[in-house]
Design a protein around this ligand. Structure first.
Ligand code: SF4
Length: 213
């Protein structure tokens, strides 16, 4: 039953974080249902399986075993009104909280709730991406995850080649080959080498390589 403290949940599981700066660290994932986008390549199952109260969700996280971190992912967690309530409960239970978001509905105020905000801009959104990246620059505890496919994306090239302000690169940028494809991986490696910056890094989806959740 939908109440004032329920969330639409796809799954809750414990595994290793496979992407970005927390790669290799034990993490409990809460995958929320729904997304504000419909990317053509999306292979994420973000259809709701159950309604769960915030308190039950936090209890379920605890039952899965010890972990310092909870990663809230989706779909798009930002579409959920109860997201701040969930974060508050998790933090009061002693967890650090990461969110994985496309960034369109996570504003500066909301981003401040999290210990780590992983923003994965969807490059097919064109000019909206530039505005989003400007916002990300103002957030602390943020990493950018850029999925690289086989297509040339003008905004991706702008991001990597043309950004005028060096301080942009204070924020770690993880280039992630789509589906760990060899061509996509080669492109990422080339970009990382070409940039030659400490903050521009390769991120492989370790969970896919290891076939773990
Ligand atoms: S933002 Fe992510 S979850 Fe949403 S449709 Fe795009 S790829 Fe799928």
């Amino acid at each position: 039953m939908r109440t004032a403290d329920t969330l639409e949940v796809v799954e809750v599981f414990r595994s290793l974080q496979g992407e970005g700066q927390r790669t290799g660290r034990v993490t409990t994932f809460v995958r929320l249902a729904g997304c504000d986008l419909a990317c053509p390549w999306c292979d994420t199952d973000h259809k709701m399986r159950e309604l769960v109260t915030v308190s039950d969700l936090v209890e379920r996280v605890g039952r899965l075993g010890p972990t310092g971190w909870v990663c809230i992912t989706g779909g798009e967690p930002g579409v959920h009104d109860r997201l701040p309530m969930l974060v508050d409960w998790l933090k009061r239970s002693g967890y650090k909280v990461q969110v994985e978001t496309n960034g369109l509905v996570i504003d500066l105020a909301l981003a401040g709730l999290f210990d780590l905000v992983t923003v994965s801009p969807k490059l097919h959104l064109g000019r909206k991406v530039a505005r989003l990246i400007e916002e990300v620059r103002q957030m602390s505890n943020t990493e950018l995850k850029v999925v690289v496919d086989q297509h040339e994306r003008p905004w991706f090239n702008l991001l990597l080649d043309g950004w005028r302000d060096d301080s942009f690169f204070d924020c770690p940028i993880y280039l992630q080959p789509m589906s760990c494809g060899p061509e996509e991986t080669r492109r990422c490696v080339n970009f990382v080498e070409k940039m030659g910056r400490e903050s521009v890094r390769l991120s492989l989806q370790v969970q896919k390589i290891l076939s773990i959740p």
